[in-house]
Design a binder for this molecule. Structure first.
Ligand code: CP3
Length: 350
């Protein structure tokens, strides 16, 4: 569909959610704020720890705005982390330098008493304040994306105590004691709903649910721990905020995408790099917004190969309700100049 310049004036990003295919497509990148940017590293060192950065509204808003100033993305994503939810519940989360997140693991029902839904407001309020600042400071044409981790993915960190390659501890608990594991998922659902509602109240235009580890689940487990909790979060938010689009990111689950879309009620889906372009196209043809899926490592490599793949993704998704993104987050070794090249290429007339 041909797009006129007037459409670019106000939150172009939201148009695909009201049924409009845009050419060129809107663009933002997962982890667009982060260590690949020198200005991020500077603000990060001013904040001290990573979670201090997330809980200091002035600095969290600043790092959210940095990639918008540099590249003019169509959307900003709130700077925070999916592990703010277990931290606010009282589990205690720290980010060890060079090691990633470390949590005191919760591996059975008895240990769930360490999670306290009544205390989340204190830390959530700091994130909501960041959202409110951003809504004031962002250019009016830039949409603001709020987010949280989906319950399964957050549960994998709560149970393992760190990142893992197979999410084995969480999968084992879910098999051994599904009723107990369901209680953990229920706590995370409830905390996430409150957290997201606060983000909407503070000014988030769109929400994204990150389910980075959904790809490790058998289909029955995917149904129990990905589809059902996601559907519960979506229906609760939609009942109160029907106009806020929700994007799901069930990473590594392209083969279960149709089921995910049919049963969760999300408005759009973010596709990871392994999702074939014809699957993305067919998914968009069912009336959902599709986002994705350039390989973040191709963004590191840059050059003609980057340009060629950007063009191929655009060509495959032309005429669809499509948002250009990566298949996963930007990695720290990405040259900032390659990001500028990508944005310029996405916005080029084909
Ligand atoms: O996309 C954005 O720009 C918004 C901010 C954002 C961060 N994390 C900042 C961050 C978002 C949306 C996330 C989501 C997140 N966090 C996910 C889901 C998406 C994904 O990548 O799969 C997950 C699994 C996490 C948990 C997490 N946070 C890990 C495993 C790590 C350590 C790995 C690493 O890259 O260091 C983090 C830390 C983190 N979150 C950083 C940033 C910018 C780097 C920390 C630093 O500055 O030292």
């Amino acid at each position: 569909m041909q797009v006129t310049d007037t459409l670019t004036a106000r939150r172009r990003f939201l148009q695909p959610f009201s049924g409009q295919a845009l050419d060129p497509p809107p663009v933002w990148l997962m982890r667009q704020a982060g260590r690949y940017l020198p200005e991020y590293r500077e603000t990060r060192s001013e904040a001290g720890g990573f979670l201090d950065l997330c809980y200091t509204p002035r600095l969290a808003a600043e790092v959210t705005l940095q990639p918008i100033r540099r590249y003019g993305f169509d959307a900003a994503i709130l700077f925070s982390d999916i592990l703010v939810v277990p931290d606010a519940l009282g589990q205690g989360v720290r980010f060890a330098e060079g090691e990633g997140p470390v949590l005191e693991p919760i591996r059975d029902v008895a240990a769930l008493k360490r999670l306290d839904l009544s205390r989340t407001q204190e830390k959530f309020a700091l994130v909501w304040e960041t959202v409110a600042r951003l809504r004031q400071d962002l250019p009016c044409e830039t949409a603001l994306i709020g987010f949280c981790g989906a319950p399964w993915t957050v549960a994998t960190y709560v149970v393992e105590g760190h990142g893992s390659s197979d999410q084995g501890e969480a999968r084992r608990w879910a098999y051994r004691d599904p009723a107990g594991f369901q209680r953990l998922i229920d706590i995370l659902c409830e905390a996430s709903i409150g957290y997201l509602e606060g983000q909407v109240a503070a000014g988030a235009d769109v929400l994204q649910l990150f389910d980075s580890w959904s790809g490790s689940l058998a289909d029955d487990q995917f149904d129990a721990w990905v589809i059902r909790p996601t559907a519960r979060i979506v229906s609760t938010i939609k009942a109160r905020h029907p106009h806020v689009p929700i994007i799901g990111f069930p990473r590594g689950s392209a083969s279960l995408l149709a089921d995910y879309l049919a049963r969760t009620g999300v408005d759009g889906v973010s596709c990871d790099t392994s999702c074939p372009l014809p699957v993305m196209k067919r998914t968009a043809e069912t009336g959902r917004v599709v986002q994705g899926n350039l390989d973040p490592l191709l963004l590191v490599a840059g050059g003609d190969a980057l340009d060629a793949r950007v063009d191929a993704i655009r060509a495959a998704m032309s005429g669809q309700r499509f948002i250009f993104n990566l298949g996963h987050g930007i990695v720290p070794e990405t040259p900032p100049a390659h990001v500028a090249r990508l944005v310029e290429r996405v916005r080029r007339k084909l």
